[in-house]
Design a protein around this ligand. Structure first.
Ligand SMILES: [Fe+2]
Length: 271
């Protein structure tokens, strides 16, 4: 999965440092690849990395997610060249004042975990904990072993950036891995790879490897609503950065992973 053309390259375990220990409890080796897509996007690869390393854009780019996750109270950690943020899934954003019945995305989370939403009688913001408890209690009968994960990891999104261009959305039951690759000839474009992996319950047969699906520039086939929203945003971000009226930008505390990413790139370039 990882390679280098540099024969003197440092060992991967040294390069990823602390992150190896973060990934081990998920047991990626028990996950099968279920989707492999490459899309050609109209932005530089670094702008694509930026888009997956902050949640500040969630409220405006992905308004539907306020019914599913907390986009405000986010833990951000910086590690040497790498970084992560932890986003609680399975609850309402603090931007949502009140809600009557359970919103559809949270109903889906309940049923996906094996809980009938009609039988759930707790508060809407108790769904995250109910799902965690249920997954913990039923893991054996589901052929899954979550014993090395703590409760938050049973619902939440732990999003890692392995510098320079790989982002991991780690979840207890799946891994969404994105690669952000430079375009071979055009700095205003990049290649965005989606690799989906799903946890295969013990004893279950593994699916066949998916065929590679390439989406050239202009393809209108969906990559899923959330990624489509990011892609739509990124072509205008790139156009804006190419404008002579663009002086650079201020990055907020919520975007500190971007500052860290670009500082690391500068350190590599300038030595
Ligand atoms: Fe996004």
């Amino acid at each position: 999965m990882w390679f280098s053309l540099d024969t003197e390259v440092e060992p991967l375990a040294d390069y990823v440092s602390d992150l190896a220990g973060h990934f081990e409890p998920y047991h990626f080796e028990r996950m099968a690849m279920t989707r492999w897509v490459t899309a050609e996007w109209n932005c530089n690869w670094k702008a694509a990395v930026d888009a997956f390393a902050e949640a500040y854009h969630t409220a405006t780019t992905h308004p539907q997610l306020k019914w599913y996750l907390d986009d405000i109270d986010i833990q951000i950690d910086l590690y040497d060249k790498h970084s992560r943020y932890l986003i609680a899934f399975g609850l309402l954003s603090p931007r949502v004042d009140s809600v009557g019945e359970i919103p559809p995305p949270l109903k889906f989370l309940l049923s996906d975990a094996g809980i009938d939403p009609a039988s759930y009688e707790g508060p809407v913001n108790g769904i995250r904990e109910a799902v965690q408890k249920h997954k913990r209690a039923t893991q054996k009968e589901q052929g899954k072993d979550f014993s090395e994960l703590h409760d938050d990891q049973l619902t939440d999104d732990y999003n890692y950036l392995v510098f320079p261009g790989v982002t991991f959305n780690t979840h207890s039951d799946d891994l969404m891995l994105y690669r952000h690759r430079p375009h071979p000839s055009d700095p205003n474009k990049c290649l965005f790879d989606v690799w989906m992996f799903e946890l295969i319950p013990e004893g279950e047969e593994w699916p066949e490897l998916p065929k590679h699906d390439f989406r050239p520039e202009g393809s209108t086939r969906s990559l899923g609503l959330v990624i489509d929203q990011d892609a739509a945003n990124l072509s205008s971000v790139q156009a804006g950065m190419n404008s002579s009226a663009y002086p650079g930008l201020w990055l907020s505390e919520q975007e500190i992973r971007l500052r860290h990413f670009h500082k690391t790139i500068t350190e590599f370039i300038e030595g």
